[in-house]
Design a protein around this ligand. Structure first.
Ligand SMILES: [Zn+2]
Length: 151
């Protein structure tokens, strides 16, 4: 069954597919999409593997590396399709970066990155499933909601 037919096609833009069900709105929130983009969202869509997923289509927008890294923090299972003139010209899965710089705020209030010094936060990926990242300065480990709430 080809579930991609259920969601209306876009002419140019980006499709973020196979987002774990329930996470689409979080993905949109961290991307900071504003009113200048036309967006379609499918929430709790039946996926081919008898699972449910979320799908986001954003017209006239192509994602940058920083945005892809942010999505990886929330939904690393997602696939990205680049659409031009109704055709998929590129499709890829997200790479889990081995480090995240300046994206996540360290949850440790005493961390030097929260001290007002001009030091960007930096985390190393410790494990992918479940995603755990570790601050290179104070060694605080963060996962799940704690990461999402600090993006
Ligand atoms: Zn820290």
């Amino acid at each position: 069954m080809d579930t991609t037919l259920k969601i209306s096609k876009i002419k140019d833009g980006t499709v973020i597919d196979h987002i774990p069900s329930g996470k689409a709105l979080k993905v949109l929130a961290i991307l900071g999409i504003d009113n200048s983009n036309s967006i379609s969202i499918g929430i709790h869509v039946m996926s081919g593997k008898l699972k449910f997923k979320d799908v986001i289509k954003i017209e006239n927008k192509y994602l940058e590396k920083l945005e892809l890294d942010k999505i990886a923090l929330i939904a690393h299972e997602a696939t990205i399709s680049i659409i031009k003139n109704y055709e998929i010209i590129e499709k890829f899965t997200l790479d889990m970066p081995d480090k995240f710089k300046g994206i996540v705020k360290c949850a440790n209030q005493n961390c030097i990155t929260n001290s007002g010094e001009p030091i960007k936060s930096e985390f190393k990926t410790v494990s992918v499933e479940p995603l755990t990242i570790k601050c290179i300065y104070c060694r605080k480990e963060m996962e799940g909601e704690e990461i999402i709430n600090n993006i």
